[in-house]
Write a protein that binds this ligand. Structure first.
Ligand code: ATP
Ligand code: MG
Length: 418
């Protein structure tokens, strides 16, 4: 990827109407563009991050037996009336078509589509369990859309739904999904900061579990147990002062962002849609369900909130839009440019993703400032002086000091894991 070909320039100042750090940095660096409060375009660099996050999530959902499908955003009123949520879902976007008069909702979640879908399969006990997921834009008419990607009106979510013959089967899959979520947040680079958190559960189950990432910008308050790395949501804490998991005495109060949520739905939706299965013997039984969400765009915003400094973002390698930011410094010189092209091609051929700052009318200072703002894991700098010795300067975004290495060692150096 050549920087000269990206039309979205970096900016020194954040847009005036963005208060959240994630939105300020992502806008300044040309990763996202705000269309209205809570609604963003993902520009090429931002989309690359999103695709990396998607890939991690897809792999872990597949490893947990999930099959992917894609359900519609546009959903008829009748389905939402059947569960009572046409009235009760606070942030439901709903409207009447001026053309045909039909009344529709924009999907904020997909139980109202997936439950009747499974009903069409005429299930027998042999068909269960079933695990289906999608990665799809969701719509919620959030009144407080001020936190950039953390709370969108249109946002990307992974939602998986599981269907079981009984509660004990749901219970064991619920645990497996909890593990899958842990792996996802580890791979996304926020594992250490992310707590498995006891939260309220709705009608079927007393509790649900959230994955909460410690961050001062978070809207949630949780009480963490350092001994077993779990937490309790403030909404449940009451008189509780010891850890419900391990009994440790003291919990610490922290701000956090809910990046994921797993939930036992029980028979709430199967009852509403009369979703049953034929049992081995005896009468038909209600299917038992679970649902499991991760906000991908919220996760991207969270990573920026927890990994940045005064100069810009600091992407973990696993989700960075590219691994290397390549640039030349000094007066534009044909020989130097040729060498840079050569280094670019060598890296790309070795399977390393490179953002090549090939702009000619930009000072070294500006290039360095952009590299810090964009936050790729490695900055690689070529200069006339170094090239005469077949050397090259490399620097990790997370470290202050640069290092001079032989050009021939570059691929190996930037392939090293942090
Ligand atoms: P919150 O409590 O933050 O409003 P929620 O509990 O309503 O979220 P779920 O319905 O459980 O959220 O959705 C699953 C996941 O989708 C959440 O864990 C979160 O990561 C993400 N998410 C929910 N609402 C938004 C939003 N408005 N913008 C971005 N991501 C969101
Ligand atoms: Mg939630």
């Amino acid at each position: 990827m050549r920087q000269s070909e990206i039309p979205f320039k970096t900016r020194k100042e954040p847009p005036k109407d963005e208060a959240a750090i994630n939105a300020q940095l992502l806008s300044r660096a040309g990763f996202v563009d705000k269309v209205m409060a809570g609604v963003y375009t993902f520009l090429p660099l931002g989309l690359r991050v999103m695709k990396k996050i998607e890939k991690i999530i897809r792999e872990e959902m597949a490893a947990a037996g999930g099959e992917e499908l894609l359900m519609p955003i546009l959903q008829p009123k009748a389905l939402w009336e059947q569960t009572g949520r046409w009235k009760d879902f606070d942030s439901l976007f709903k409207f009447t078509s001026t053309n045909s008069g039909i009344e529709v909702a924009l999907g904020p979640t997909h139980e109202e589509v997936i439950t009747p879908l499974i009903g069409k399969a005429n299930l027998s006990y042999k068909d269960l369990p079933i695990y289906l997921f999608q990665i799809q834009n969701k719509f919620r008419d959030e009144s407080r859309a001020k936190s950039g990607l953390l709370r969108g009106r249109e946002f990307l979510m992974k939602d998986l739904y599981s269907f079981h013959a009984d509660e004990s089967d749901l219970e064991s899959y619920y645990k497996k999904m909890g593990q899958a979520y842990r792996t996802i947040f580890n791979r996304a680079g926020i594992g250490d900061l992310t707590y498995y958190t006891l939260a309220s559960g709705g009608t079927f189950s007393k509790y649900s579990h959230e994955f909460q990432t410690l961050c001062p910008a978070g809207e949630d308050t949780i009480h963490i147990c350092k001994a077993c790395h779990t937490a309790v949501n403030d909404e449940l804490i009451g008189e509780q002062s010891s850890c419900p998991e391990c009994g440790a005495k003291s919990l610490e109060k922290e701000k956090a962002i809910e990046v994921g949520n797993i939930f036992k739905l029980g028979t709430k939706y199967s009852s509403a849609f009369k979703l049953t299965y034929k049992d081995k013997n005896g009468p038909d039984k209600a299917v038992v369900m679970g649902c499991y969400g991760i906000g991908l765009s919220r996760l991207m915003g969270t990573i920026v909130e927890v990994y940045h400094d005064e100069n810009g973002m600091i992407w973990p390698e696993s989700v960075a839009p590219a691994q290397v930011h390549l640039m030349t410094v000094g007066s534009p010189d044909a020989e130097l440019k040729k060498s840079a092209e050569h280094v670019y091609n060598t890296l790309v051929r070795s399977g390393i993703e490179v953002l090549y700052d090939d702009r000619e009318d930009v000072s070294a200072g500006e290039k360095f400032a952009d590299a810090d703002l964009i936050g790729l894991p490695w900055r690689v700098v070529l200069s006339e002086k170094l090239l005469s010795k077949k050397q090259i300067e490399i620097k990790r975004r997370s470290e202050k000091k640069a290092e001079i290495i032989d050009e021939k060692d570059l691929v190996r150096a930037v392939s090293a894991v942090a």
